[in-house]
Design a protein. Sequence first.
Length: 186
Amino acid sequence: MHVPEKCNYSSFRVRKLRNDETIESFDCGNNDLNDFIVSRAQSYYKLLIAVTYICEDVDSGAILGYFSLAYDRISIDDFDSNTDFNRFRRRRFINEKRIRSYPAVKICRLGVHNKCKGTGIGTILIDFIKSYFLVNNKAGCRFITVDAYNNAVLFYERNDFKLLRVGSNDSDITKLLYYDLNDMIA
C-alpha cells in the first residue's frame, strides 16, 4: 500500500489489527518499531501479550501509524525509594486507596510513518488511547505508561506524560513515563 505524499488526518480510522492480517512494510525511522509491526505484532497477539491497533488512510488503506497495548501497573518497584512511591500515591489517592500497585495500560510500541511525521497523527493516537481507556475502562485502569525511547520523551511530555523516575539515568535507552487518566476528569 502506498502512503500518500501528504497525510490527511481527516480521512483515517483507528482499528485493531486483525488476526489474519499481515503488514508488508512500514517505515517510521526506527528499525525496532518497524520490525515489530511487520514481524512480531501477530505473535504478541496470539500469545496474549499485546494488542496492536493501526491508523490507516480510509481511501488507500495505507498504514499511517500504529500502537500496541498491554496491561501494566505502577508499583512501589518503579520508584527509587519507598518515600518517592509514598509521595506519588499521596498526591493521587485517598487513604483507603493506598495500595502497593495501581492498574495501568502500557503503550508497548507507537510508530508514525515517516511521511506523516509532524502532522499530529502521533498526538491523535495518544488522545485516542486516553479516551479509549477512560470511556471503555473494562478492567480498571488508572494510568497509561510508556517506556519511551530518549528521543521520544519530549513528544510524550508534550502530551502531558510525566517522568515516573525524575532522577533517571541519562544513559538509559528508555525512560518510564506515565499519564494519570484521572487528570481528564478532574
